[in-house]
Design a protein around this ligand. Structure first.
Ligand code: ADP
Ligand code: MG
Length: 292
């Protein structure tokens, strides 16, 4: 998935422990095969090639995640939008490549989740504009973590930690103690900005340091504002704490784009979620639930 996977599981039976770790890797790989934009045969790649010509039937699994993605676009007033990729596919952070402003202007109207036509009757997907592309990089890792945790539960595991990139979910506690989950210092890869004891919950972090290059003193990074098709510069890091990684993952990206005031406003309106935001002056801000 182009990211680090880390898992810890507790169980007295070594065979089950081994099976558990294998299951985690299998779940991650199955999501990758379905949703990777880098695998030509993935359903996601097929959609990006074909769905602007005619409705394409996809698996229920991908369809359901697309439905959720669109719901999260509505909830975040368009800050989270998987059609960011209509412009986003032209960025290559490793090669320090980005689209010209003229090209962005041409493609910008294709960034709009309302152009994704989802038909639940046959789980088909149609893009109502020739330039629409989608990418699930802001939600697929969280989804994969939840899928892996569901598999661990089915194996009878009660204490586990599963991480994919910035998305972590905890099953139970660490056998009598809480798990300790860190938020990286956005400007120092070796330092933690915060560590938090957590159990039976999940946390996702989005930052401007995961994938980026610098050019002319500007940081071009991988979280794009759907309004402009360029990197979002509102804050440096957003962590969301909530029960399921799939929501935390998308909401961390959404709050990153929405910025401090609007973003914390959204999280404060959702009782199941909390947020920790680091602003551009490296000050930490917390949602109401963390300050009680
Ligand atoms: P990561 O864990 O890879 O840092 P994030 O949760 O921070 O992921 O999400 C960043 C990824 O989300 C980007 O690499 C891109 O694939 C996708 N993305 C970027 N901007 C948006 C956006 N406005 N809406 C939805 N997804 C986005
Ligand atoms: Mg995210």
């Amino acid at each position: 998935m182009g990211t680090n996977i880390y898992a810890e599981v507790y169980h007295e039976d070594a065979t089950i422990r081994e099976k558990a770790l294998q299951t985690v890797m299998d779940d991650m790989e199955s999501v990758n095969q379905l949703m990777s934009p880098y695998i030509a045969s993935s359903e996601l790649s097929t959609l990006n090639r074909e769905a602007h010509k005619k409705p394409i039937v996809v698996s229920k699994e991908l369809f359901d995640l697309l439905v959720l993605s669109v719901e999260l676009s509505e909830l975040s007033k368009g800050a989270f939008d998987i059609t960011f990729a209509s412009v986003g596919y032209l960025y290559n952070y490793r090669e320090a490549q980005r689209p010209s402003q003229a090209r962005i202007n041409e493609l910008l109207e294709a960034i709009n989740y309302k152009l994704i036509v989802l038909n639940p009757d046959d789980t088909s997907v149609y893009f109502a504009h020739p330039d629409v592309k989608i990418d699930l990089g802001g939600i697929a890792k969280g989804y994969a973590v939840d899928k892996a945790v569901a598999s661990l539960k089915a194996l009878g595991i009660e204490h586990a930690l599963v991480t994919a990139g910035g998305d972590t979910r905890l099953l139970g506690d660490k056998r009598g103690k809480p798990w300790i989950v860190g938020i990286r210092d956005p400007r120092n890869a070796d330092k933690q900005a915060v560590v938090i004891p957590l159990e039976d919950t999940a946390m996702s972090t989005s930052g401007d340091y995961e994938r980026y290059f610098e050019q002319d003193g500007q940081r071009y990074h991988h979280i794009l504002s759907p309004k402009t098709g360029t990197s979002s510069y509102e804050v440096q890091s957003v962590s969301i704490i909530g029960p399921e990684s799939v929501y935390n993952d998308a909401l961390s990206t959404a709050v990153f784009v929405m910025g401090l005031e609007q973003g914390l406003g959204l999280i404060n309106s959702l009782p199941a979620f909390d947020a920790i935001v680091m602003d551009n002056n490296r000050r930490m801000h917390y949602s109401k639930g963390l300050m009680q």
